[in-house]
Write a protein that binds this ligand. Structure first.
Ligand code: KG4
Ligand code: ZN
Length: 323
């Protein structure tokens, strides 16, 4: 067997923390061989075919796989268990290491899949359906929490506002699409805590959207979506830039499903140019939940800490390991 986490190691990643049943095969820390994915909650039925397809499409033999990584948390316990049990079984059968991966750490690593040369220290804005965090990354595995939401996550705000506007789930992509035809300055929604520390708050914004639409029934959905999106993006970027200044960061990275948002991506790149920061912006497919980021984070964990114990359990409330 090759060194478990060398440049030529092949890592199978499995992600089943939430809606997706996904598998990906990576060569080394960032060469994605294949990323098939099936969106569904039917993890038990899908996990075996998805893994089989990943291996076939990667064009490798089973015995070429050097380690199997799976998300152990945070997420829905029933979903997590399917991926973890599958990964352990495969690791046992193939006699290779199993690596339990923290889903949040994997979102951080998605930013470095396509541009692997870290520029440290860097600030990562992690914005997903369940989390909104500003993390300072000092090195691999060395994270400090600089700020986080005190109520709703940014993705949760997108999903709740979309539902209120009668758009489909998940709400983020739906608002992103509808906002293209709207005016981001049509409605001055509140920017909570804008000049106040590095924490976020989004629950008041959702209430402001509801109140505005009820008071102005003729307002267009496009204007509401665009103005809401602008309010979220402005606060996210203002705080990310402030955090970068505060720690003297050399680079800024985006991660998590909300990082797929068009307005956020565009303004993020502009802000990095203005502030002289290197920008790590993963492709949209790497922002939302995927298994390539699990394999990448697994590669780094394996290199640092070695294999995980086979009795490691899934933890629905797992947190990012902080300094
Ligand atoms: O990272 P992710 O795929 O799953 C979690 O770990 O939560 O993030 C999902 C979240 C959802 O709230 C979804 O609405 C949001 O990311 N999202 C977006 C966009 N695409 C996904 N939010 C805004 N704009 C998008 N284009
Ligand atoms: Zn996620």
């Amino acid at each position: 067997m090759a060194q478990p986490a060398g440049p030529d190691s092949v890592i199978l990643g499995i992600e089943t923390s939430c809606d997706e049943t996904a598998a990906a095969v990576l060569l080394g820390p960032n060469d994605i061989l294949v990323v098939p994915e099936i969106a569904s909650r039917a993890h038990v039925e899908l996990v075996t075919p998805v893994v089989a397809r990943a291996i076939v499409e990667a064009g490798i033999e089973d015995r070429r796989i050097d380690a199997v990584a799976a998300t152990v948390g945070p997420g829905l316990i029933g979903s997590l268990l399917v991926g973890v049990a599958t990964a352990k079984a495969l690791a046992l059968v193939w006699d290779v290491p199993f690596v339990g991966v923290n889903h949040l750490e994997a979102h951080l690593y998605a930013a470095f899949l396509e541009e692997p040369d870290l520029e440290l220290p860097l600030v990562v804005l992690l914005v997903s359906g369940g989390h909104t965090m500003l993390v300072s990354m000092e090195d691999h595995g060395r994270y400090r929490l600089l700020g986080q939401t005190i109520d709703d996550a940014a993705g949760e705000a997108f999903d709740k506002v979309a539902r209120f506007l009668g758009l489909e789930y998940p709400g983020g992509p739906a608002i992103d699409r509808v906002a293209i035809d709207g005016d981001p300055n049509a409605i001055a929604f509140p920017r909570a805590l804008l000049n106040d520390g590095l924490d976020f708050s989004f629950s008041g914004l959702k209430t402001a959207v509801v109140n505005h639409v009820r008071a102005n029934p003729d307002v267009t959905t496009a204007d509401v979506a665009a103005s809401f999106q602008e309010a979220v993006v402005e606060v996210l970027l203002a705080k990310a830039r402030k955090a970068a200044r505060q720690i003297g960061a050399k680079a800024l990275a985006l991660g998590g499903g909300v990082a797929a948002n068009s307005a956020l991506r565009e303004q993020f790149l502009d802000a990095c140019v203005v502030d002289g920061l290197r920008a790590f912006l993963p492709s949209r497919a790497m922002c939302t939940d995927n298994a390539a980021m699990i394999a990448a984070a697994g590669w780094h964990r394996l290199r640092r800490d070695g294999p995980s114990a086979l009795d490691m359990g899934a933890d629905p409330n797992l947190r990012l390991p902080l300094l």
